[in-house]
Design a binder for this molecule. Sequence first.
Ligand SMILES: NC(=O)c1ccc[n+]([C@@H]2O[C@H](COP(=O)([O-])OP(=O)(O)OC[C@H]3O[C@@H](n4cnc5c(N)ncnc54)[C@H](OP(=O)(O)O)[C@@H]3O)[C@@H](O)[C@H]2O)c1
Length: 320
Amino acid sequence: MNVRPKVEKSYFFNKMKAVVYHKYGPPEVLQRVEIEKPVPKDNEILVKVHATSVTSGDVRLRSSDFPPLFWLPARLIFGLFKPKRKILGHEFAGVVETKGNKVTQFQIGDAVFGTTTLLREGAYSEYVCIPETWKNGVVARKPTNLNFNTAAVLPIGAMTALFLLEKSDVQSGQNILVYGASGSVGSYTVQIAKSMGLEVTAVCSGGNIEMVKSLGADDTVDYSQQDYSALDQKYDVVFDAVGKTTKQKAKKVLQPKGAFVSVKMLTKEKTTHLKHIKTLAEDQKIIPFIDRSFPLEDLVEAHRYVDSGRKKGNVVITVV
Ligand SMILES: NC(=O)c1ccc[n+]([C@@H]2O[C@H](COP(=O)([O-])OP(=O)(O)OC[C@H]3O[C@@H](n4cnc5c(N)ncnc54)[C@H](OP(=O)(O)O)[C@@H]3O)[C@@H](O)[C@H]2O)c1
């Protein structure tokens, strides 16, 4: 007689699929595993992750590819010899499955989106614990008109765009040049700038001109054909959305009191910003641009793609 080994039912309920990395390196360091499902603390919600993304920050943390000046500080924060945090995945959208008894702002069943900034684990897993509020990251109810895939790619890129636009102090009616308009931050910057009543010139490669026009850019410059700093036009703001131009170069096309902002600057995630982005999405002022979508099982391939530096807008990872 064949006797099956008895497996505790709770074994299956306490486990989850996740993708972890134990050393810095190429996409292949990412490994699919089964690990303990996390249990929320009193101030945390347990989110069943429906979708996450591959941001340029995720690939940088995986490879530990930091500019020389930031290399040591970054290693001290994220792990000197190996990553302290084993699960990447900087942003997510999902559903609150359970909550700690001190949580007041969220209910079981709420659809939420947000970030995992400096939490003990990221969102490349079936479940993640998120504090209701914490110093570094943010969580809010998901825009009602967006599905989980689309909502998951909003927080990082759109909050960075909003933070830097506010920092530039740009006003309605002014003009802005967005350098690297086809990336995640760039594609949100173009849309948020238009919603603020700005005249937008988008700089990207020839193949992405139609994309940035579809996001609302009034004018475009193909950087492979023309150096933007040689344009006759002057701008109130130059927004470097890919960290590949300089203030010195931007000055050539800035108004005397114009501002230069860049993704290389420090930003801060704010709940007010995430809620504002939710409203902009619900008003259809911003529509996330999704380049490609991969299941969690194909995360290595998704990281390879983002490593190319050529993604347009965002890359989604579907978990459910
Ligand atoms: N400070 C922050 O809080 C913060 C937050 C998020 C991201 N970031 C940083 O912002 C940068 C951009 O991230 P992202 O995810 O938005 O971008 P991304 O999606 O990784 O950028 C890819 C895009 O950049 C364009 N690109 C590549 N080289 C270019 C060049 N020399 N000139 C102009 N465009 C170029 C590519 O378009 P083409 O094929 O047309 O060249 C591609 O569409 C990263 O360095 C990231 O670490 C900072």
